[in-house]
Design a binder for this molecule. Structure first.
Ligand code: ATP
Ligand code: MG
Length: 426
């Protein structure tokens, strides 16, 4: 019978690689915790309506990429393609706004989009994201950008670029939209087919086209920045000043529009040249209209999402995999010795050591070979003789030094053993 493989566009994260994920997750927890962001966990599937309303029917995500299905009760459900809509739904549903002030939230989890799989693009992928709800202050925009930069730096990434833009408010965009359509109409036949489709439905997205001919036509297109109202312009400048004051450099990219409908004013992406075609690691912006679109009270908001697969691809280029550390490997043979070894493993675990117990029952020689390969600092050895007089042989694997210790003495030797292990490690 042929073996079943993981579904197209999904990947197993195997033990050899999971250290990268754990490192990123723990740094994220720490940095976001220090900035007073709180974690929120929302369901992986939601009612399809949520994304149609919250992300926008004209977006690629909703029109082409969603995993939507009818459940057995004939409800239309969708595996979340992103998590801002879900977080805002929870914010409204649980009246988090009633707590007043600013809510700073973060999430981490799997997202699902039906896309053509390639490096850095999967059908199940993971995002780490933040959402700051309840502040229209430009400092909130600056704060989320600064935190993204700090996080990526703490993780060890280098050579990242911050692309920054303002897409104004709905009115600015309406004016620009008309100007863009007027400009592009005469070139319609020369645009790539996706852009032709978007010309009336979602013309701003054409700015995002990867097609060279379309990009050439766009060279002379009107710039969104010329359509910002004086207030929007002022806001844009204020956020930029705050970024400069925080020591963050950026490029203004007037073509940057982002794919999702809900953005207003600030939009940004953090990109890397080391990812090939999938250059964007982090993307975000302000979305002042979304909370009301989803039935909540007027609540300005700003956030971002980092694509963790892309981040980890970059990290793998920079750092070797992180292996877990092991303190003791326990080797035993014979019924009584094996029973005592199981108990010793428990004792050592409970005193804070990491311990691997050899379960093979094979000859000592084979067990010793595995001990050497395990990366443990020391080996505990129990045979019939040790079982008989309730001792254990402690062997330091780097030097081969060995000593017999009474099992009863082990609990009071914890500190001494910890110090010796630390010495051998460095
Ligand atoms: P792209 O233009 O690459 O399709 P996007 O605009 O659709 O990105 P967002 O919806 O803004 O992406 O998602 C934020 C981040 O999540 C992206 O910048 C990327 O790092 C990551 N991401 C998005 N889609 C995928 C995917 N299919 N596989 C892996 N990561 C993804
Ligand atoms: Mg996409």
């Amino acid at each position: 019978m042929s073996a079943i493989q993981a579904s197209r566009g999904t990947r197993d994260i195997l033990p050899g690689e999971v250290g990268y994920w754990q490192r990123v997750e723990s740094i994220a927890r720490e940095i976001l915790g220090r900035a007073a962001y709180q974690e929120i966990r929302t369901p992986i599937f939601e009612q399809t309506d949520l994304f149609e309303r919250g992300v926008g029917e004209a977006t690629d995500v909703v029109s082409k990429e969603m995993y939507t299905f009818q459940d057995r009760g004939d409800r239309s459900l969708t595996l979340r393609p992103e998590n801002t809509a879900g977080v805002v739904r929870a914010f409204v549903e649980h009246h988090l706004h009633a707590q007043g002030g600013v809510q700073r939230l973060w999430y981490l989890g799997a997202m699902f989009r039906y896309e053509r799989p390639q490096a850095g693009r999967q059908r199940q992928f993971h995002q780490l994201g933040v959402e700051v709800l309840g502040s229209s202050d430009p400092r909130a925009d600056a704060e989320v950008v600064v935190i993204a930069a700090e996080l990526l730096q703490a993780i060890g990434l280098k050579d990242l670029r911050l692309e920054f833009n303002s897409i104004g408010d709905q009115r600015d965009r309406q004016h620009y939209r008309e100007a863009l359509i007027t400009y592009l109409m005469p070139y319609k036949a020369d645009l790539d087919s996706d852009s032709q489709d978007r010309l009336t439905r979602n013309p701003l997205r054409i700015l995002d086209s990867k097609d060279q001919k379309t990009q050439a036509i766009l060279q002379e297109a009107p710039s969104l920045l010329d359509y910002l109202s004086p207030e929007s312009q002022q806001r844009f400048e204020r956020v930029q000043q705050l970024l400069i004051d925080s020591g963050i450099s950026y490029n203004i990219n007037s073509r940057l529009v982002r794919g999702l409908d809900y953005y207003t004013h600030t939009v940004f992406e953090i990109q890397s040249d080391d990812l090939g075609a999938q250059a964007t690691v982090c993307a975000g912006g302000r979305y002042d209209g979304l909370v009301t679109d989803l039935g909540g009270p007027e609540t300005p908001a700003v956030g971002w999402a980092i694509g963790l697969e892309r981040l980890i691809l970059l990290l793998q280029q920079l750092q070797p995999p992180i292996a877990p550390t092991l303190d003791f490997y326990i080797v035993s043979r014979g019924d009584r010795a094996e029973a005592q070894a199981l108990k010793l493993a428990q004792l050592f675990r409970n005193t804070g050591f990491s311990v691997e117990l050899d379960l093979s029952g094979s000859a000592f020689g084979k067990q010793f070979k595995r001990a050497d390969r395990s990366g443990a600092v020391a080996c505990l050895i129990l045979g019939d003789a040790e079982a008989e007089d309730e001792t254990v042989q402690l062997k330091w694997l780097a030097s081969g030094e060995q000593q017999a210790i009474a099992q009863a003495d082990l609990p009071k030797m914890t500190d001494e053993l910890r110090q010796q292990i630390d010495r051998w490690r460095c």
